[in-house]
Unconditional design. Sequence first.
Lengths: 113, 119
Amino acid sequence: QQPVQSPQAVILREGEDAVINCSSSKALYSVHWYRQKHGEAPVFLMILLKGGEQKGHDKISASFNEKKQQSSLYLTASQLSYSGTYFCGTERDCGGSQGNLIFGKGTKLSVKP
Amino acid sequence: EAGVAQSPRYKIIEKRQSVAFWCNPISGHATLYWYQQILGQGPKLLIQFQNNGVVDDSQLPKDRFSAERLKGVDSTLKIQPAKLEDSAVYLCASSLDVATSGSISDTQYFGPGTRLTVL
């Protein structure tokens, strides 16, 4: 039931782009993306809902393919501050929002100068 | 707006001892979550409250873990007795409930967590 994230880790130079993927074997109601820096709390980035609604960060984009139960997070022109571990949290489709998320194992992103 | 508050930030105990964590959610947030995050993994939901009622506690090890949210505001998570494998960061999160916010899925805001080490 836990979503699978890929890649597990990625190293970028400042200004480069990255894509982080999240896939589930279950029908999803929503996908939530968070970034966590070492020793800190996860910080909300994006919500993507079935039906196309999105809410989140204006400098980060993401997609949600409902047919494949996959979501991708697009980080463009990366900055040093983008470094951290990115988690997707998936909410199963039980006919509405239940609130409880299942998180993937995370993707560690390191941005170098 | 004040964020989710948690205390203590760090706790070191011996196995078989008991420990309690406290969480105060963002004002007005009806839904409160406790997560366990083991090093190198994503947060794992332990229990979800809606006001003072339990919505989901299916992954809470009820033989040793308990949680309460008596007045529908702050919450306490207890472990008794602790085991070595309970070493983790315990995160509390809160969100507006869908009916209040008008959204169809709500953002969860996380507190700084309590890092528990069981020796």
